[in-house]
Ligand binder design. Sequence first.
Ligand code: KIV
Ligand code: ZN
Length: 524
Amino acid sequence: MNKRAEDRVFIFDTSLRDGEQAPGCSMTLREKLRVAAALRELKVDVIEAGFPAASPGDFDAVQAIAGEIDGPIICGLARCNPTDIERVWNAVRSADRHRIHVFVATSEIHREHKLQMAKEEIIKSAVSAVEMAKAHCDDVEFSPEDASRTELAYLADVVTAVIEAGATTVNIPDTVGYTVPDEFAELFRYLKQHVPGIDDIVLSVHCHDDLGMAVANSLAAVGAGARQIECTINGIGERAGNCSLEEVVMALKTRAEFFGVGTGIDTRKLYPTSRLVASITGMHIPRNKAVVGENAFAHEAGIHQHGMLKNAATYEIMLPEDVGISQSNLVLGKHSGRHAFRERVRQLGFELDDDELNRAFTDFKSLADRKKELFDADLEAIIMNTGTGIQGPWQLDELNITAGTGKIAAAAVRLSHADGQTISEASVGDGPVEAAFKAIERAAGVSADLKNFEVRSVTVGEDAQGEVTVTVEYNGQSYRGHGISTDIVEAGARAYLEVINRICRRQETGADRAAEKQQSIAGI
Ligand code: KIV
Ligand code: ZN
């Protein structure tokens, strides 16, 4: 066990770096700040805010998070070269607590086919990167990428060398999600035995979920001495994703007597944070997902319900309120005032500033006019939309649809622009949704290629709100937008307009940052 952290596992969240790197998960700077603020409320120990050398957009986001988010250590990722390390340092230096994370691949397949570097060259490069980072900041993390497929003796040599060079955290990644729990625990025990000084640093674990074992492998590493877990909200990340933060944290909490180590996470913030990330990225949470899925605490079978009524512990190993799922699901209606609304928002775990609260309250009132009862899920959907969909420049003022069996669907829209102009347009289409999308495209003067259209019901009942997520391609980039309404054509139109707005904003900044980023990180 590490001397520095006998009874504590540090939670290192990489949703904004490894998570954001996943296709379709890219976030705007404002969205990243929102997620970072939620991670601070969740009390994660480290936020890996991005990969500053990947693009100017990544640099700006890491710098903004370092400047605004206090509490957690703010970390940036760098390859083992001076330019990357300088970029990270310049991005994180304004944070009260900062970390530089450097990495290089060590496995034979990466050495030969990606890097074309010999074992000794890699050790040299790792050592000089740690020394360079150390010249800026005391807190330096090193990762041997693809560690789980690296020869054990060589891995021990690399880890020994970077500890001598000053690394304070050494992270062992299962980059391709290849390992299994027993084997991975063995690897950690081997390092503990063969690396001098390993008890003076924090040993960390970073698992991918290609075989569905990221959480199990991370827990096995903790059992063998790891004291930092790298993970993401909802397990978002490259390919099948990373270790899911909510699952690994609740496993440590629920089985505390087995693991004997806890985290500093405020678990009541898990559910709202999970919903926030799902809403921003558009990566919906499966109903049966552990810990935060809608069915995680639902009991359908009669025999289970009978047991639950006598004693909840018969079928529930965690309390829903411990992960931030409200028990009461209190219903608000159109007569509920601002005070009750604010209280409920707070109970649901959201911190809104006055402006956000006012906008959310206006949306709440207009929904309450159309819907008899508003459930927590309705409120959550409103809050998510308030935070992510109000940036303009275009706003939907009016939408009229004509459709019916055997009739040509037609839509008329009126959009207003932040510069004051108002444009009305109409179009026909194969159905009401297509007609609405075409009318919006004409009004905004932007035409995109629709790739995906998903609808889900936010709550149950006839007047339930529908949430629509659309994904489009424009100039080779993927954009995603969400909209909610009790009318799914309107929800679709709002989602499409959000996408158009994202395209317009990107055009205004003049930088196609996602493209730059792809180019810059190709080959990592
Ligand atoms: O999966 C991986 O190996 C990584 C490293 C950069 C830590 O993400
Ligand atoms: Zn990774």
